[in-house]
Design a protein around this ligand. Structure first.
Ligand code: MEV
Length: 428
């Protein structure tokens, strides 16, 4: 990849952006035609086969975030997102973090969890021991229920038994939950796991004397944790008003607020998910699963907290990290069907599922850095409203060149809102 061809990318017009991506070796000639012909959408036949009562496509803007260096490798990152500032913020943060070396990632394991939740187990402690003793035969039966994943070197690898509820308070509901840890290889694995769980449920019922109430994947992907780290030299954080050290300390303090206060933590984490979801959606993954899993992880101590940590090291650098449980994949579902998802995987260089986890968590960390840095320095509105101006201009009815004209005048107007945009458009 020759990223020198992407210099001042945001200033290029739509066609020149696409040409620059070809010249940089990010997309092929065929992919260029797909973008030039605006054919990223599903065709009606595919859409009709994907969902019930299909009517048409609901589009999101598809773009790329630039400047990412992840584990020493340059990455152009596809995003599908309607919020105007996300790609700009991510690219800005990645550039600044890249000047200090970029992101490193750590993904020790990639397994998904399946759950069988049993009711009416009379002696849960004894049943737990029985299940543990039968571990080998349970794993074998799970793999027989889905032989193809086992043949590919994946399959059920481990088992855990949890008693849900309070044993010494029989008036409260309680259940026995049997977890399988499954290596789903490149797939997110929902279908693999659901097939396995339904396949072994009768055997688990036989072993425990209980009834299987639920047999399903858990989207809480705690066996698939991905972490991104970055170290940012403080002097690079300097703004007009604040020294680099002040900005660093303010970012650390803002994160302390999000660690203590759930009201702030939700917004702090929403900023992280701005970037993560945009890549999850672009790559054809299930953003509901990633959202649910991430917020559960943010509450793992019993209180909802910030997902990122920001601190300083002995050199005075700002040190950030983010860990997310990531139920995602690089095959299956919409990934091999949706033209946008196919293009996104190609732009990323057909990453493995582990690599995609590293990309997602790095984007989340970048996005959080951009948001918190802006909040603790100039505030968020300057950048947000600058980008929002064009959306307002379009809402007011501006077309073609008028959009930029209205947006520029709007930025200087006393109030940046739809009424002001309409007034400016009328004058033009
Ligand atoms: C806006 O979409 C996201 C932010 O609110 C995140 C944050 O406050 O950290 C700017």
């Amino acid at each position: 990849m020759d990223t020198s061809k992407l210099t001042k990318f945001y200033k290029k017009n739509h066609q020149d952006k696409i040409t620059a991506l070809v010249e940089a070796g990010v997309i092929s000639g065929d992919e260029q035609s797909v973008l030039m012909n605006e054919s990223l959408d599903l065709n009606a036949e595919t859409g009709d086969n994907m969902i019930e009562n299909y009517l048409g496509n609901y589009s999101l803007p598809f773009g790329v975030a630039l400047n990412f260096i992840i584990n020493g490798e340059e990455k152009v990152i596809p995003m599908a997102i309607e919020e105007p500032s996300v790609i700009a913020a991510s690219s800005f943060a990645a550039k600044l973090i890249g000047s200090s070396g970029g992101f490193t990632t750590d993904i020790p394991k990639r397994q998904m969890i399946g759950q069988i939740t049993l009711k009416d187990v009379s002696d849960k402690l004894a049943a737990r021991e029985t299940i543990k003793r039968a571990k080998r035969s349970i794993l074998d039966r799970a793999n027989e229920a889905h032989p193809s994943i086992f043949k590919r070197g994946g399959g059920a690898k481990d088992l855990e038994v949890r008693i849900l509820g309070e044993l010494d308070n029989p008036s409260l509901p309680s259940f026995l939950s049997v977890h399988l840890h499954v290596d789903t290889k490149e797939a997110m694995g929902a279908n693999i796991i659901n097939t396995m769980m339904e396949g072994i449920a009768p055997y688990i019922e036989e072993l425990t004397g209980g009834t299987a109430l639920l047999r399903i994947l858990s989207n809480y992907a705690t066996e698939s944790l991905a972490t991104a780290h970055c170290v940012i030299a403080s002097h690079t954080l300097k703004t007009g008003r604040f020294s680099g050290e002040e900005v660093r300390d303010r970012i650390i303090e803002a994160t302390q607020v999000a660690a203590i206060d759930p009201y702030r933590a939700v917004t702090h984490n929403k900023g992280i998910m701005n970037g993560v979801d945009a890549v999850v959606a672009a790559t054809g993954n299930d953003w509901r699963a990633v959202e649910a899993s991430s917020h559960a992880y943010a509450s793992r101590t019993g209180q909802y907290r910030s997902l990122t940590t920001w601190d300083k090291n002995e050199n005075g650098d700002l040190v950030g990290s983010l860990t997310l449980p990531l139920p995602i994949g690089t095959v299956g579902g919409a990934i091999s069907i949706h033209p946008g998802a196919k293009l996104a995987h190609s732009i990323l260089g057909q990453p493995s599922a582990k690599e995609l986890e590293g990309i997602l968590v790095s984007v989340g960390l970048a996005q959080n850095f951009a948001a918190v840095r802006a909040l603790v320095t100039e505030g968020i509105q300057k950048g947000h409203m600058g980008l929002h101006a064009r959306s307002l201009a379009i809402s007011a009815g501006a077309k073609g060149k008028q959009v930029q004209q209205v947006a520029d005048l709007l930025k200087e107007a006393p109030h940046m809102n739809l009424a002001a945009a309409k007034e400016i458009l009328e004058k033009i």
